[in-house]
Design a protein around this ligand. Structure first.
Ligand code: FAS
Ligand code: PHB
Length: 390
């Protein structure tokens, strides 16, 4: 089989790229290791920057997002049992974020791809990438027991942190930067009304907590847990008790609890691979970088990567000019590192680091007190949280 662009991975990055390329008349195929149902079962991000929303509109899949997404103009930071509102819209000249789950983003993109008739191969096994250092790369995979080979002109590695694409790059050609955090996030999804109409990020001596949501009737909560914890150790009641213990008393009293419909522990890491291009292979989304979810940047960074990559590929196929494509890696990495910085900063602001020591405790408190007393500090937080320009 021949195509112009082979996309590895049917997460938000791969699906968004596939949709933008298809709308520009560029042939592409998506190869996904898992089933469609499995991809949709993963509960991940919840907050979209305006830039990501514009990408969904550009891809022609923004209708449900605009109809069902919740527009948020601020969020609270709580410490010492006091909630302090960060006025995102007021501090950024009116910018906002939209609460709309990654699952729904993926569902909308999958539906559009099916309607377009562009090919996706689910349960593609043993995907391997070849000759991307030349001008005729190939991708091989097995499906339903049969071996397949795709001849293409470009490969987009959109297969996440554990994917095959980054692993296919010769060791000497890539440099990685990583920080693994000594804790994880235990997340719970429940069909209960959110405890507040906006998000609440909590710094508490017992650990970080986050009150988020997916709709006015579906809540998403997180508590920081040691990396050694297993989700089996956290029956629902223990989760609700721990969350209440970290909230201020008034909010704890307002918390509506119910049975979990999903519960999982996610590790936290900061990770960047440089560069993001290797001949005809491009890395985008989690295949190229990971941020701790504290700053709600992971999914949004995938959006800006795909903005830069799709623009470069469309320009190349329309005019033969490769300058946008040649600029992809440097342009994407600049925005990635700014988001890595913000996510690292917000993670240090809000989490309890084991053995962080008394000095670090005092610095964290000073950081919090400076933030809630300085409009300049809040403006810096706000412009990063709503998303820096593409
Ligand atoms: P994805 O990982 O979503 O998709 C990659 C796809 O490639 C997957 O479907 C995978 O099955 C497939 N794949 C992998 N290897 C393959 C192979 N060899 N062959 C074919 N296909 C292959 N971000 C936030 O902003 N907020 C959050 O709260 C948040 N929580 C998260 C929780 C978890 C547990 C994780 C892992 C991530 C979280 N993220 C969060 C980040 C997340 O939303 C990512 O940024 C987002 O999924 C990035 O999308 P993709 O780049 O498409 O990668
Ligand atoms: C979520 O709703 O899953 C969510 C929201 C904000 C974050 C991280 C996760 O910073």
């Amino acid at each position: 089989m021949r195509t112009q662009v082979a996309i590895i991975g049917s997460g938000p990055s791969g699906l968004l790229l596939g949709q933008l390329l298809h709308r520009a008349g560029i042939d592409n195929i998506i190869l996904e290791r898992r089933t469609k149902e499995y991809v949709l079962s993963r509960i991940r991000a919840g907050v979209l920057e305006e830039g990501f929303v514009e990408m969904m509109d550009r891809a022609g899949v923004g209708a449900r997002l605009h109809a069902e997404g919740l527009i948020h103009e601020g969020f609270d930071i709580c410490f010492d049992n006091v909630r302090h509102r960060m006025d995102l819209a007021g501090l950024t000249g009116g910018k906002k974020v939209v609460v709309y789950g990654q699952t729904e983003v993926t569902r909308d993109l999958m539906a559009a791809r099916e309607a377009s008739g562009a090919p996706t191969v689910y349960e593609a096994e043993d995907v391997s990438l070849h000759h991307f250092d030349g001008t005729s790369p190939k991708v091989r995979y097995r499906h339903a027991g049969r071996e397949h080979e795709i001849e293409c002109e470009f490969i987009a590695g959109c297969d996440g942190f554990h994917g095959v694409s980054r692993q296919s790059v010769p060791e000497g050609a890539i440099r990685t930067f990583e920080r693994v955090y000594p804790f994880g996030w235990l997340g719970l999804l429940s069909d209960t009304p959110p405890v507040s109409h906006e998000l609440i990020y909590v710094n508490h001596p017992r650990g970080f907590a986050l009150c988020s949501m997916r709709s006015k009737t579906r809540s998403r909560y997180y508590v920081q847990v040691p990396l050694t914890d297993d989700v089996q150790q956290w029956p629902d009641e223990r989760f609700w008790d721990e969350l209440r213990a970290r909230l201020d008393p008034k909010t704890a009293q307002q918390l509506v609890t119910g049975p979990s419909i999903e519960k999982s522990i996610a590790p936290l890491r900061s990770f960047v691979a440089e560069p993001l291009r290797f001949g005809r292979l491009f890395l985008a989304g989690d295949a190229g970088h990971i941020v701790p979810p504290t700053g709600a940047k992971g999914l949004n960074l995938a959006g800006s990567d795909i903005h830069y990559l799709s623009t470069g590929l469309i320009e190349f196929y329309r005019t033969g000019n490769s300058s946008e494509l040649d600029a992809y890696s440097a342009r994407a990495l600049r925005r990635i590192w700014l988001a890595e910085r913000f996510s690292w900063w917000m993670t240090h602001l809000l989490h309890r680091f084991p053995e962080q020591g008394a000095f670090a405790d005092r610095i964290q408190r000073a950081e919090l007190e400076y933030l809630v007393s300085s409009k300049a500090a809040q403006t810096s937080l706000a412009e990063n949280y709503v998303g820096l320009p593409f």
